[in-house]
Design a protein around this ligand. Structure first.
Ligand SMILES: [Zn+2]
Length: 263
């Protein structure tokens, strides 16, 4: 379970200040925990992650890494779509982690997805700018990752591409409130309808991948919706002043299959 908790902590795109997964912290006689190395998107960016800390080696040695370029000619698998069971939620807290703005959901919030019969509970969602996944080589303005965990500790992420629009968008209440100071946290006063954050058409690309941030752990079940949602250009511009760019480049498929399920 310790490893599972660590995976979720790192999925949170945290600043890398949590104890590392295999530090032995709390085990009598073990070496003191060392603090996981700082990482980022510039001089300490994706090309160097594996050099920053031994726990980040998978970022270089892994063969099922994320994000990827999604091919529109992916094999159609109409029977394998995931079920998205989202609704309105209260008590969202918005945290500036230094790498992203992360919306944490209260425990037992009831939002979940079902992947091949296995329920995964929604723990948090966060943003990247520009998008990490691309569609036939083209990226979008931003991308949101909804991060879920199963009872057995497996991780499933739902990715939604976000395209800038001059108009307001359902993300306004979140992105206009997002705290600018690192480690600052704000609670959203009213309810947020998570269904409004998804497109009306739920075509789904599915593949097996990894965390897109250190330690780049594999075994993550990815679903990326084929239809982008709008994000207000003003919100994206504000986000860009906080995080100028926060996307890992697309990674080789290495023979993996990408399937496309109709919505
Ligand atoms: Zn992410």
């Amino acid at each position: 379970m310790a490893a599972t908790a660590a995976v979720l902590a790192f999925l949170a795109c945290g600043r890398g200040e949590q104890p590392e997964p295999h530090s032995g912290a709390g085990i009598p006689g073990s070496a003191p925990a060392h603090v996981a190395s700082h990482w980022g998107y510039d001089a300490d960016g994706p090309d160097h992650w594996a050099d920053l800390d031994r726990d980040y080696l998978t970022c270089k040695s892994g063969h099922q890494q994320s994000p990827i370029d999604l091919p529109s000619h992916a094999r159609l698998e109409p029977s394998e779509h995931i079920t998205i069971d989202y609704h309105s939620v209260r008590g969202l807290t918005l945290l500036n982690t230094g790498h992203t703005v992360q919306a944490n959901l209260p425990a037992g919030n009831g939002n979940r997805i079902v992947v091949d019969g296995v329920p995964f509970d929604l723990a948090q969602f966060h943003f990247h700018l520009p998008s990490e996944h691309t569609l036939d080589g083209a990226g979008t303005t931003m991308e949101v990752h909804f991060v879920h965990k199963s009872a057995a500790g497996r991780v499933a992420v739902l990715g939604v591409l976000m395209q800038a629009t001059p108009d307001p968008s359902p993300f306004d209440p979140i992105l206009t409130l997002a705290p600018e100071a690192v480690d600052a946290e704000i609670t959203v006063a009213g309810p947020v309808d998570l269904r409004a954050l998804l497109p009306g058409v739920l075509d789904q690309f599915r593949y097996q991948g990894s965390l897109t941030t250190p330690p780049c752990s594999e075994g993550v079940s990815w679903t990326v919706l084929g239809t982008p949602v709008p994000v207000a250009a003003a919100d994206a511009d504000r986000y860009r002043t906080m995080f100028a760019h926060s996307n890992r480049p697309t990674q080789p498929l290495n023979g993996r299959t990408v399937t496309l399920a109709g919505g």
